[in-house]
Ligand binder design. Structure first.
Ligand code: GUN
Length: 286
């Protein structure tokens, strides 16, 4: 029997999306056009195809216009650069999302650096990362922002909490640490060189797992009463989706835990929509 309360990301994401729908409708009424999000997919990675499709559908449902750009695997670097620059200049485009990873041969950092920071709804541009690091967040990376929003919705206080982030990627781990610090937590970040992952997790009152390896965080490591946020989305050989945390055992010990699927995944998309309306409003009003 699971003891933990399950954090229902799907339900909270639906609330965020309802808020976005109201704001998008207000924007459309005021400006004669809907907020616009360009979703750029390069190549044919099947997981990316699913994520991009879901993002486009979510836009439609929220009253955000999505502009689809499906570019070939072997696109020349210069052509992708030109595409991003054209989107930077397009007045009807408020947000630009280039789905990662990019195919081999293309430098994601170079492309991220090129996106106009005012349209950077992924929050991946160094300017937006820098603002978050300096405690003045503007456009915030969607997954970490989604974790914070989910915690808030369930009344999980973060101030003073001992938090451990497992994973130090630019997309999740690093901005997650910045978000948690912004929220007043005391943060430890674990990565491939961490000497004793178990003891770092055992101390934590809040754990965020973002490594992309099933079972990387053992259930028995979870401190009784902890809050566990599992960002991992891994497909097992049997075709099931599982996170990075050994869920059944962790759920016996934690006070709160996110399921996979239905936890952080839906929150990521909801925060992308929210960022898009934020970007649209800021571009319109300065
Ligand atoms: N690939 C995995 N997560 C993300 C994300 O949040 N945004 C983009 N653009 N690509 C991703």
């Amino acid at each position: 029997m699971s003891k933990a309360a399950i954090l229902d990301g799907k339900a909270v994401a639906a609330r965020v999306r309802a808020e976005v729908r109201v704001r998008a409708a207000g924007f459309t009424a005021a400006h004669g056009r809907a907020p616009g999000l360009a979703v750029v997919k390069v190549g044919s990675d099947p997981a990316s195809a699913v994520y991009v499709r879901n993002k486009r559908l979510a836009c439609d449902e929220a009253g955000i216009e999505s502009f689809a750009f499906d570019l070939p695997d072997h696109i020349a670097r210069a052509a992708l650069v030109a595409q991003v620059k054209a989107l930077n200049d397009a007045p009807e485009v408020d947000g630009i999302l280039v789905q990662l990873p990019l195919p081999n041969g293309l430098d994601a950092n170079e492309i991220m650096d090129l996106v106009d920071p005012a349209k950077d709804v992924d929050g991946f541009h160094p300017y937006n990362t820098g603002l978050l690091a300096q405690k003045r967040p503007r456009l915030r990376p969607c997954t970490p922002f989604g974790v914070i929003r989910l915690a808030q919705e369930y009344g999980i206080g973060l101030t003073g909490l001992r938090a451990t982030v497992v994973g130090a990627s630019n997309i999740v781990g690093r901005p997650m640490a910045l978000e948690l610090m912004l929220a007043g937590a005391t943060v430890t970040v674990c990565h491939t060189r961490t000497r004793d992952l178990q003891s770092e997790v055992e101390r934590a009152e809040l754990v965020v797992a973002a490594v992309g390896k099933p079972g990387m965080v053992r259930g028995a490591w979870i401190r009784p009463g902890a809050a566990v946020f599992d960002v991992g989305i891994n497909r097992t050989e049997a075709g099931r989706l599982v996170g990075d945390v050994e869920y059944a055992v962790a759920a016996e010990r934690a006070a709160w835990i996110t399921p996979v699927p239905g936890g952080i995944g839906p929150m990521t998309i909801a925060m992308l929509l929210s960022n898009t309306v934020d970007a649209a409003e800021r571009r319109a009003h300065g």
